[in-house]
Structure formats: C-alpha cells, structure tokens
Write a protein that binds this ligand. Sequence first.
Ligand SMILES: *Cc1c(COP(=O)(O)O)cnc(C)c1O
Length: 453
Amino acid sequence: MKTTKKIMLPENEMPTQWYNIVADMKNKPLPMLNPATKQPLKPEEMEALFAKGAVEQEFSQERYIDIPEEVQTLYKIYRPTPLVRASGLEKALDTPAKIYFKNESVSPVGSHKLNSAIPQAYYNKIQGIKHITTETGAGQWGSALSIACQHFGLDLQVFMVKVSYDQKPYRKSVMNTYGAQVFASPSDQTEIGRRLRRKFPNTSGTLGMAISEAVEVAIKNPDTRYSLGSVLNHVILHQTIIGLEAEKQLEMTGDYPDVVIGCFGGGSNFSGIAFPFLRHNLTEGKTTRFVAAEPASCPKLTRGEFNYDFGDTEGFTPLIPMYTLGHDFEPADIHAGGLRYHGAGSIVSQLIKDNLIEAVDIKQLDSFAAGVLFAKVEGIIPAPESTHAISAAIQEALKAKEEGKEKVILFNLSGHGLIDMASYDKYLSGQLGNYEVPQELIDKNIAKLEKLV
Ligand SMILES: *Cc1c(COP(=O)(O)O)cnc(C)c1O
C-alpha cells in the first residue's frame, strides 16, 4: 500500500466547536485565588483585565463551546492545517513506528498562536474594547495578536522580552507591519518596568516581567484589556481545534495514536493537540500516552512543585494552581524563547498530578539536533520550541525500534523557525550549550512561595 504523505481535511469539515476537557475531568482543577483574600477568584474580578467572553470560557464547565462564525471565517485563512506523515523522519530513524505531525506552522504568522489570538481579539471587539496589551516571549504570540487585532480594528501594545527583542529583530518588524507597537521589556513605559530596570540593570527580561508590564497598562486604563497567549483555560480551549482536526484526519488513515507529544511553554499547543485524544482515555478507556516536552533549562513539570503561584513576576495576576519553579525563577537565555516560562496552566498541572499525562525534559543541544534532522528529512525548519516535541518523538520512535513494536506517534509542529535562523546559526557554529538548572536555585525560588495546597 502506498504511504499517505499529507492528510487534508476539507474546509467544510473544520470543527465548529472547541472541546473543554474540564467537563470530563474527575478531579477538577483547583480554583484560581484572589491574592488579597486567598478566596476563589470570581469571574467579575477577572473582567477588569480580560474580555468578558474569555472570562466566561475561563470558568466554563460546558463540554463543547461554539466557535463564533467570524472566528471560523478567519480560521479558514489557514485551517484546517495539514496532518503529515513524517515518512522522511521514519526512514532516517529506521523505525517501525508511524510518525505523524500536525503542521501548525502554516498559519500566516508561522505558529499555532493565531488559534487563540483570533477569538481573543474577537471577544474584545464585540465588547467595545479599543486597546489591548500583551507580552510576548519569542514574538510568536505578539505577531499572532497583532494581525488578529488588525482584523478587528483594535490597537495593540506588545511588551517583548528583551532577550528575544535582541535575538529576533524580525519578529518586531512583523508586529510593526501588522500595526502593533512593540517595547523591549523591561521597558520605560510602565512603573514596574522602570523599577525592574533600576533593580536589575542587566536583566535580559522574562515572560513574567513582560506580563507584569502589560497587566499594569491594562489595569490603569478602563478601555484597555490584557490578553495572554498561553497558560489560561480559555487559551487552551481555543487550541483544541488542533487535536479535533487531527482526530478527524487520523480517522481517514485508520490509525489512532499510542502517544501524543507537544512541546511545553505554558501548555497551550500541547493541550491543544492532546486534550481531544485524552477525552477518549477519560471517557472510553483508551490508553494513549501524552508527553509534554519541556526544556531542561526551565523544568517546571519535571522538577517544579505543585502549589499556588503568580503568573507574572510582580504578583499582579491571580494565584494559579500550577507546577512552578517560582515566579522569580529567571531561566537561562535559551533560544526557545516561548518555553522560558516558570509555570504551567491549572488544567495541565492537575492532569500531571493525577498521572494522566507525562513530562520529559529535553536539553538544548538535543532539541536543535532533532530540529536539524527534521529540516533535512521533512524540509520544514521547525521553531526552536517545536524541536523539543520532535526530540521527544524521536525518543519514542527509537524506543519502538528497540522493542520491535509498531506504534503510532503523533506530535504537534507548533511553528516554523524561519524567523529564528540566528539561533540555528549559533547551533551550527557550535556556540550553543546545555543549561542544567542547579537544584539549589529551584529550591530557593520555591521556598519563597506560601504553601497553599
Ligand atoms: C509560544 C510557543 C510555544 C509555547 O507555548 P505553549 O503555550 O506551551 O504552546 C511553542 N511553540 C511555538 C512555536 C510557540 O510560538
């Protein structure tokens, strides 16, 4: 039988609802807390910061939530995305495993981030909000939200982690082209930014710091809302379109995944591909494994602690129940900027705690080696973030070879790396290293947290 390479879903079969896994979880995620009262956060308390539509989804227990028509129309610029049989990679690894990847790099901004940027901009628009603020790490989220805001006539201020602003100058050009304003964070635009610059003159910035800046602007301006590209339940909900499509596409091949893999920053692309399949473990007794691939230099899932922590550095956000390295944790300047985040979303954290999903940590050099191999055999240069998923998929494929087992591996290609070539240059010229995080550093930051679980 001929091998299928690309499995396309017709446009009119694009899912019209997102999947909310909370409905099927036996142990629900713990509630977020108001940091002042330590009481469960009420939806009204989030509405000063986020669009009403997003807040409603954040607290929803509905199993399926309709994708608004206007959002579906914009999704169709690039969705459904292809499911691809990685036959080149299978051959290179000489593995009996079948490897599939969902290609989210075909979105106009080159990553999965647009799947949540479009609905978030939409919910702000229908509420009459005019300005949005956000942070961005590698620049992927900022790029996605820039074009989404442009579609709905909203203006956008982006606080971009300084190390990425310097490493990835073209991301800023992309955001400017779509009409957004971009500041290197910590910036001189906010009180917090100015304070952080005085306190840490040499800081390369963190996502936590950039979030604090964006939140400060939103809190101070009533016609402004903040928008987050990962971690929160509503973001993860939007990303389930990835797995829902993949499920239909795999059905067309007759295969079902034994293992599903995604790289892990705050959890949105991993959850997006994993949750629609995990649904069948939870409700029908399927036994698929789910593997979140995080960088060894920012190992919150494999070495962090389950506790309440802030989503940002300054403690502006609600307390979120999560696996965390502590909100003061400053990760090494690795080139997968989108994975440099101290925490994880509350749903994923609960699922890890209940052993329903697994995590692996991947070293920077292994991730780039996987990325270069993938580029050579599949032709797509993956985002440095996505190379972590590829490295984990390769490990699974080699295990299958050792065991002489045919198994079906599905991973998410969260984005391409064409704007990250400076990172590849550094790797190819031997200038990158691995960063092991000393246990004392993790212990020190975790010890600062009040034990709330
Ligand atoms: C942002 C980003 C990630 C990490 O974020 P998640 O919310 O964990 O998905 C991974 N890959 C790419 C390409 C990204 O832009």
